[in-house]
Design a protein around this ligand. Structure first.
Ligand SMILES: Nc1ncnc2c1ncn2[C@@H]1O[C@H](COP(=O)(O)OP(=O)(O)OP(=O)(O)O)[C@@H](O)[C@H]1O
Ligand SMILES: [Mg+2]
Length: 360
């Protein structure tokens, strides 16, 4: 297994598209790191530069301490799994798994041992004599994983491997890949645009936006201490609410909203002194807006979604749409109002222009 390092890595495609810029990342030996971000942010490009499928415009990529910028993909000892399984349709599962090994001149015995081991790990022993067309999507993706597994690579690279599966199968395969990571202790770099997949699988997550790394951190640090407004809005579902206003201490502390109303802020919360009296963006997650009986901000209820374990309320504060996550049963009606109070210890402040987080 191996460590993967990216130093100042950038990619400009012919025609001038800057797909990735100054990407710095150090993936430890045996670590599971997820690259996440919206469509077009440069995830696949970055992964493909590690794989050697895309040339590197600037910077260096190292695998196991060796700079691989000019090393052929087949000599990097990596295995890549894509969204499309690309299995050979005329071959059985067994032959699909064995194909790469045969190409490399592995003996019949070694091939049989490795295929059996991979099939065992992935629970596809029963399927070895079937053709791909006789498999479900999840089973096909398992075979594609098996093909990577038999190669015994230093690094596994995944590019949205679960996107073709239905929601239930995605959740199942998610835990299978995590389990595989634990049992192999392999270095894995995994690309997805799905923040839930990123949060549940990654030991560390790289959030990308417009070709640039926004933050590299553990799932909970990203959730609790997003570095900027983009990360704050991207991680978490339903997304964080953002309110523009000016922090004012006038009796109590409140956010003076653009429409003249004031959002009371909880006692016991101390914003950074530098933020007082300034235009800021206040970020508060739906689960950190408490429904209170007295005080708070009276917000009109526009939509109620009772989900059983929780209730989502769609409201408005100072003209901005605000989502509230309440308990399973909430005493509210559409057309009525609820009193909201942001919870101390869970408020985020961002600079109005740049969106950079203001340290608490
Ligand atoms: N071969 C190419 N030639 C020119 N531009 C490209 C090429 N491949 C990708 N791009 C551009 O580079 C940018 C990053 O693309 P990339 O495929 O890395 O995004 P992504 O984050 O993987 O997105 P998605 O989630 O949609 O897969 C996009 O603007 C894309 O249009
Ligand atoms: Mg992609």
């Amino acid at each position: 297994m191996a460590r993967v390092e990216l130093h100042g890595v950038g990619k400009t495609y012919p025609g001038g598209v800057m797909a990735a810029e100054d990407v710095n990342l150090d993936v430890a030996d045996g670590e599971f790191v997820v690259l996440v971000g919206p469509s077009g942010c440069g995830k696949s490009t970055t992964l493909r530069m590690v794989a050697g499928l895309e040339s590197i415009t600037t910077g260096t990529v190292s695998i196991g301490g060796r700079v691989v910028n000019d090393v052929e993909p087949k000599d990097r000892n990596i295995a890549m799994v894509f969204q499309s399984y690309a299995l050979y349709p005329h071959m059985t599962v067994r032959d699909n798994l064995a194909f790469g090994l045969k190409l490399r001149g592995a003996s019949r015995e070694e091939t049989a041992t490795k295929v059996a081991a991979a099939a065992g790990v992935l629970g596809i022993d029963e399927l070895l004599d079937r053709k791909p067309r006789a498999l479900s999507g999840g089973q096909r993706q398992r075979v594609a994983l098996g093909r990577a597994l038999v190669r015994d690579p230093d690094v596994f690279l995944f590019d949205e491997p679960l996107s073709n599966l239905d929601a239930k199968m995605r959740v199942q395969m998610r835990t299978e890949i995590s389990r595989l990571h634990h049992s192999l202790g392999a270095t894995m770099l995994y690309v997805t645009h799905d923040q839930v997949e990123a949060m549940t699988m990654g030991q560390r997550i790289v959030v990308m936006h417009k070709g640039r790394v926004q933050q590299v951190d553990t799932p909970l640090n990203l959730y609790e201490r997003p570095a900027n407004r983009f990360v704050a809005g991207f991680i978490g579902s339903p997304a964080m609410n953002f309110l523009d206003g000016r922090l004012v201490r006038d009796g109590g502390l409140h956010l003076a909203l653009k429409d003249g109303a004031a959002l009371p802020l909880p006692a016991g919360w101390e914003p950074p002194a530098a933020a007082l009296g300034r235009d800021v963006v206040l970020g508060v997650r739906p689960e950190h807006l408490d429904l209170v009986t007295g005080g708070g901000f009276a917000a009109p209820v526009q939509v109620i979604e009772p989900l059983g374990n929780e209730t989502l309320l769609y409201t408005e504060i100072g003209g901005a749409a605000v989502t509230v996550r309440g308990p399973g049963r909430v005493d509210a009606v559409v057309g009525g109002a609820v009193n909201l109070l942001p919870r101390a210890g869970h408020l985020h402040l961002f600079e109005a222009g740049s969106g950079v987080a203001l340290g608490a």
